[in-house]
Design a binder for this molecule. Structure first.
Ligand SMILES: Cc1cc2nc3c(=O)[nH]c(=O)nc-3n(C[C@H](O)[C@H](O)[C@H](O)COP(=O)(O)OP(=O)(O)OC[C@H]3O[C@@H](n4cnc5c(N)ncnc54)[C@H](O)[C@@H]3O)c2cc1C
Length: 397
């Protein structure tokens, strides 16, 4: 039996564990905190579109071990809120049933892949394994016959991830193509009539300019009908010789949210109250991409690290405070910002929900590098720094 059982070793799960450990440390309490996750690493998911995705991870032991949080390697397959237990399948196939007093659901989200003819040829950058598969594929392209579409990549979806993938792929493919760099062609296919539809009009001009500067071909009001290993067919019948197609459109919360009694939003996220508790299942807290929390009076949180980290901190804090009879903290994240990488064309930083452009070009790029290379990493091996990182009221951006 765990006092606090956390499902998921991503941003929300890790920071939940740190926050719960911090509350125990503050009050001299010894709660049993367990984190269940299949892998040994915290995967730095926002960096999986970069070259060398295999390096984008941090060993969980260096975060959890100093704080006394136990880790169980396995996949949670069933949650029984009535009996307060979770079934976990271990790597060797054994199934364990773990009891809990408080549960934090932090199992993240996953890309919705389409059921298209040839859909098995689509790559994505949603998980470490898939990003590594794309990287290995790209590295092998130069061995293929010249001018066959070997260095043409079709990126499907021009949302936040699609734009980062497409703009970065230009440089990655050119570097891999070497003397055949003139063969590189990146085509961005978007169903809507504009790039970055969910980003609103604020950063549009900057995004359009960057895409033009990088020579990315844009096909709006379009979509993929089918594909095979060397070509993509669009819904209007256009055929593109392309040895690489990357799917980036559509995210949905972990299917475990459906096992918790509670209301869910259109992304399958659980609605939580301001203490991040699921009202219909009071022993359950949700954090990160599984939670539909209110970021302010009118805006729900966006699936992002920028919210996953503070959501984790508040959920972990409140779960531990609840067990120790301490008052909970109401979720109060920092103001909303967006920093979109645009490859060799720089980046764009916006602030507020209207996404007003504040920085562009190399200045925004420097900030993006600082965020993804430093700020979203937890401290390692240092107990004091780790416990401080779990403080919900401490700024992290
Ligand atoms: C390519 C890309 C670029 C991105 N760029 C940005 C960006 O620039 N800025 C930004 O803020 N966000 C960005 N994001 C989004 C961001 O990565 C996610 O919102 C964030 O990772 C969510 O954190 P999380 O902890 O909720 O989920 P995750 O980081 O997905 O972690 C979920 C964890 O739960 C584990 N898990 C899942 N199911 C189970 C189960 N059944 N049992 C046990 N464990 C389970 C997983 O293995 C994983 O460890 C990007 C995402 C991608 C894919």
């Amino acid at each position: 039996m765990s006092d606090i059982l956390i499902i998921g070793g991503g941003f929300a799960g890790v920071w939940s564990a740190l926050a719960a450990a911090r509350v125990c440390d503050q009050h001299g309490a010894a709660l049993a905190i367990t984190l269940v996750t299949p892998g040994d690493d915290l995967v730095i998911r926002p960096r999986l579109y970069e070259a060398d995705p295999a390096a984008q991870r941090v060993p969980l032991e260096r975060i959890l071990q100093p704080t006394g949080v136990s880790r169980l390697a396995g996949i949670a397959t069933a949650v029984d809120t009535e009996h307060r237990s979770v079934s976990v399948t271990r790597a060797d196939g054994r199934i364990e049933r773990l009891g809990y007093r408080r549960l934090i659901l932090a199992s993240g989200s996953a890309l919705r892949r389409p059921a298209l003819p040839g859909g098995e040829h689509l790559f994505d950058v949603d998980t470490l394994a898939h990003a590594v598969a794309l990287d290995s594929h790209l590295r092998a392209l130069s061995a293929r016959p010249e001018k066959s579409g070997r260095f043409t990549a079709v990126v499907v979806g021009a949302g936040f991830t699609g734009l980062e993938v497409a703009t970065e792929l230009v440089g990655r493919l050119r570097a891999l193509a070497g003397p055949a760099a003139h063969e590189v062609r990146v085509v961005l296919v978007e169903r809507a009539d504009t790039l970055g539809p969910e980003l609103g009009p604020g950063p549009h001009a900057v995004i359009n300019e960057a895409v033009k500067e990088l020579g990315i071909e844009v096909l709006l009001n379009s979509g993929v009908a089918s594909l095979d290993a060397t070509g993509v067919r669009l819904i209007d019948g256009t055929e593109i010789s392309a040895h690489t197609a990357v799917w980036t459109a559509g995210m949905t919360a972990s299917p475990l949210t459906r096992q918790i009694p509670g209301r869910r939003d259109q992304l399958e996220r659980l609605h939580v109250d301001r203490h991040l508790r699921v009202p219909e299942s009071p022993e359950v807290f949700a954090a990160g991409d599984t939670a539909a929390a209110m970021a302010d009076a009118t805006h729900p949180t966006v699936q992002s690290c920028q919210y996953a980290i503070p959501l984790g901190r508040y959920a972990g804090h409140n779960a531990a405070a609840d067990l120790l009879g301490r008052p909970p903290l109401a979720f109060e994240p920092a103001p909303y910002v967006t920093c979109l990488d645009l490859g060799a064309a720089g980046a764009v930083l916006t602030t507020g929900w209207e996404r007003s452009v504040k920085l562009t070009g190399s200045t925004a790029k420097d900030l993006k590098r600082t965020i993804v290379e430093k700020r979203i990493y937890p401290p390692l091996n240092n107990l004091t720094a780790l416990l401080d990182a779990g403080d919900p009221e401490r700024p992290w951006t």
